[in-house]
Design a protein around this ligand. Sequence first.
Ligand code: GDP
Ligand code: MG
Length: 693
Amino acid sequence: PAPAAATPAATPATPTETLRLRPTRPGEDEDEARPVRRPGGTAAPPRKPPVVAPKKGLDPHRRPGRIDVQAAIEGEDERTRSLASVRRQRERERRQAELELLRSDQVKVVRDVILPDTITVQELANRMAARAPEVIKALMKLGVMAAITQTLDADTAELVVQEFGHRVRRVSESDVELGLEGSADADADLTPRPPVVTIMGHVDHGKTSLLDALRATDVAGGEAGGITQHIGAYQVTLPSGAQITFLDTPGHEAFTAMRARGAGVTDIVVLVVAADDGVMPQTIEAIRHAKAANAPIIVAINKSDKPDANPARVRQELLSHEIVVEEMGGETQDVEVSALKKTGLDKLEEAILLQAEILDLKANRTRTAEGSVIESRLDRGRGPVATVLVQKGTLRQGEIIVAGDQWGRVRAMLDDRGQPLKEAGPSTPVEILGLSGAPPAGEPFVVVENESRAREITEFRERKLREKAAAGTAAARGTLDQMLARIAAGEQKEVAILIKADVQGSAEAIQATVLKLEHEEVKVRVLLAGVGQITESDVQLAKASHAVIVAFNVRATSQAREMATRDGVDIRYYSIIYEVSDDIEKLVRGKVAPKAREKFLGYAEIRKVFEITKVGKVAGCMVTDGLVKRGAGVRLLRDNVVIHQGELTQLKRFKDDVREVARGYECGLSFANFNDLREGDVVECYETELVPA
Ligand code: GDP
Ligand code: MG
C-alpha cells in the first residue's frame, strides 16, 4: 500500500492516497454573510435593538452632530443600502434558523472530535455522529472528491470538523496509545490475588499428568459439575478457599515467546523433574527460562512412586545448575509428588501458596481490566476465541477490549469449565468471545472506553505492523523472506530450520546438507530433524525461534497449517533435496530475488456442472478445505493432474455473488476463458503475494 503522502489538489486521489487540500487559509472562501467568529468560537454579539424612528423634527433629544441609526441609513446611497439590507436579511434568516434548530429536539451538540494523523471518511463521520454522505458533501464543498473508504489527512479533516461546528482535538499517531495502560495503582487499592503458576520440565517427566492431577484437586469444580475445558489455563480452589491459577503453556519457547511480547504472566515456575530420570537437557532449559523471567522456582520431584525413584540424586544434580533446595541448605522449595498416585499434591500447593505469600502478590480489582492473551484460536462455530488472564482490575461482559491489533466487545466469558461468567478479577483465566480476530499469545489486552477508541488503536497498530512488514523489519517471525530481511538488516545472524521428512534418512541427509551451507557470518541452526507430519508443536517451536519449516515429502495437519498461517510461520514443501539446499543457500547468502509467492487458499470439489446461457459452464461445488475466493488464482485438478490454471471469475452462494466461501459450504463458480469443467474435478484455489527482496 502506498504511504500516506501529500497529493497535489489537481490529481484525483486514488483510494490508497491520503487526500490533502491545497493549502488554504482558514476561512478563505467563507460566506460573506456569516458572522465573524471570535476566538473561543462565539458569534458576533447581537446588534443593538432596533430603534423606532422618531418623528422628524419633534425629537427634543436630537442634538446636532449626533447620528442615529435612521440618519445613518438615510445617508447611505441606494447601492450600499441594499447590500447592507441583504446582509441583514441573511443574518436574520440565519439566526432564525439557528433558533429553530435549538428549539427543535435535535439540539446541536458540539463534540470533541479526536483526529489522528490520518482518518477515513467513514471514521470521521462516525466520530462526528454524522452520516458519511454529509461528510462527503462537506468535502465536496472544500473541493475534495472523496469516497467513504478514503483516507484524509488531519488538516483536511479538521476543516470538515469545523464545518460541522465541532471542536477538534488533534493527536499524533503515537499519541494514540497514550493512557492506554491505566495509571499506577495506589497501595491502598491493592488486595491479594492468586499466584499464576507455569509448569515446566523435561519431556515425559509428567508435566501434563501433574497439571491434570492438580486440576482434580479443585474443590469448586466438583460442585459446579462442569466439563473440563481446555482453555490453556485453569484455576484451582483449595479446601482453605485459597486459589492458584495454572497456565498450560505448550513449551519453554512458548513461555519465552510470551514473555518477549511483554506478558510477564507467570509468578512462579514449578519445575517438574522425574525422580527416576533426573535432570535432563530440557530441565536445564526450563531453569534458564525461569531465571530469565525472574520467576521463583519450586521443584516438584515427580514419579516418586516408582521403585527406581531417587529424589536425593535429583537434588544433587540440581546443585550444579544453581538450584539449591532447602534440604541442601538453600532457599528453593522442593516437594516429592506422584502425579500418577496423586500424592504430595497438597504439599506442592502449600509450597506454591507459601511462595506467593513471600512474593506478596496484589492487584487492584476495582479498576478497568488489563491482562494478557494466553492463547487464541479461530473456532468454526464461535469465531475468534481467546483465553485471557486478567492481571489487574475486573473484566466484565460487554466491555470493549483491545489486544494487539484485534478488538471486540466481550460477547461472552466462560471459565475453565465452560460456565458463563459475568466478571473476572485478577489472576482469573477466562475464555472470551467477540474479538475481531485471534490475537497472538502473550499479547497484552486492555479495556477501552468505546468502540471508536478501540478502532483507533487497532488501526494504528495494524498500520504500524504493515509499515514494519513493508520495511522488512517485521518483528514477526517465520517466513523465509522475513528472515532474509532480518539477516540483511543485520538483526539476525542465523538461519533456523525445522526439518520434517517422511523417513529418518532424508531428515538426516537434509540436516547434513543445510549445515554444510553455513557461512562465516550466518549460522545455520537445525532446531529439529524428525520424521512425520508437521504438527502444531512444530509450528510453535518454529515460531518461537523464527525458524522456517522444511517439509520433505510430508504435509502439515490442518490445525498446524491453520496455526502457521495465523502466526506467519513459513512451511516449505519439497520433494527434491537439492531444492532445499538451493533455498537455504540463498537464505544464507542473503539474496533471494523478489518474487511472487503462492499462498494456498483451499480446495473445492465439483459436484455438478450447469450450462448457463451467456455465462457458459458453472460448477456447483463443495468447499472441502480452506476457502475459495473470487479473483483468486485457480487450478483445475483432474485425477491429481493440473489441467488448467486461471482465475476464479465468478463465485456465487445460491443466487448471490459473494467474495469468498469457506469449507463445508456449497458454491457455484466459473473460470475466465475456460469451460471444460467436469464432475469430480478438484479446484485448487490460491493467492499470489508479491514479496519484496
Ligand atoms: P510430559 O511430557 O512432561 O507432559 O509428561 P506426561 O504427563 O505426558 O507423562 C509422561 C509419562 O509419565 C506418562 O506415561 C505418564 O503416565 C507417566 N507419569 C507421569 N507422572 C507419573 C508419576 O507420578 N508416576 C509414574 N509412575 N508415572 C508417571
Ligand atoms: Mg505433556
